[in-house]
Design a protein around this ligand. Structure first.
Ligand code: 5SP
Ligand code: FE2
Length: 233
């Protein structure tokens, strides 16, 4: 079972002060989540390899890049070369997603694939034995600050079952609308990595906000292990 981790999403940080924003939250976390959007795959435009390179120079934290772009074959290796530790792409844009996973591993990156809320796990079935991370989107990709979609929870449990069946090791990351109020259910279902943008950066005390997400996730996992919230009381 993987250790639980919170990945603050810098999408909700002040882009003019990124290094300071990351340094601010750093005492509470081991990683940050970097949303790369190209205005084609999603209707929003954020940042690319030059910003990842500057972040790499600014922090030793694990950089978890989430590529919401239509051409990951071209840009994912650039994001890795810029210093990302892990790169996650949406596989339906790729003709040969397994080939891209292998290519990225060959250049030394951890690799994830993402599924949108309405996409079934079967979309990534053939990749599960080769990836480090399965990103289960809990909102439609494109923007921070959206409402968590609880109908995604069964897919997390399905991913846990598939991992056991295959003897695979991938982490399960949830992304979108994650807060102390919503994270417990995802941890209970089997998620272990929690992206939180607005729930961290919209607060003055970012380390406390990140720790609150982690504590609620730990409580959710514990309660599930004990047989549900009622068993804990
Ligand atoms: O990938 C995305 C959005 O597409 C995310 O990583 C958001 O940045 C999450 O923001 P919050 O929902 O936590 O505010
Ligand atoms: Fe993301």
């Amino acid at each position: 079972m993987h250790e639980l981790r919170v990945a603050p999403s810098i999408l909700s940080a002040d882009f003019a002060r990124l290094a300071d924003e990351v340094a601010d939250v750093a005492p509470a976390v081991s990683m940050v989540h970097v949303d790369v959007m190209d205005a084609h795959y999603v209707p929003n435009l954020t940042l690319g390899p030059p910003v990842v390179r500057s972040l790499r120079a600014a922090t030793p934290l694990f950089l978890d890049a989430h590529l919401m772009i239509t051409d990951p074959r071209t840009y994912a290796p650039q994001v890795v070369a810029a210093g990302a530790d892990s790169v996650t792409f949406h596989p339906e844009v790729e003709d040969d997603p397994l080939g891209l996973v292998e290519l990225l591993r060959d250049v030394g990156s951890q690799v994830g694939v993402a599924v949108r809320p309405h996409q079934p796990l079967s979309l990534v079935e053939e990749l599960l034995e080769s990836i480090d991370l399965l990103l289960v989107m809990t909102v439609q990709p494109g923007f921070g600050g959206q409402a968590f979609q609880p109908e995604v929870l069964p897919k997390i449990a399905e991913a846990v079952a598939a991992r056991e069946r295959l003897g695979a090791r991938f982490r399960i990351e949830v992304d979108g609308g994650i807060s102390p109020d919503t994270v417990g259910g995802t941890a209970a279902a089997g998620a272990d990595t929690f992206v939180a943008g607005s729930a961290v950066f919209d607060h003055l005390d970012r380390p406390a906000a990140a720790r609150a997400v982690l504590a609620a996730a730990e409580a959710g996992r514990r309660e599930a292990a004990d047989g549900g919230p009622s068993a804990a009381g």
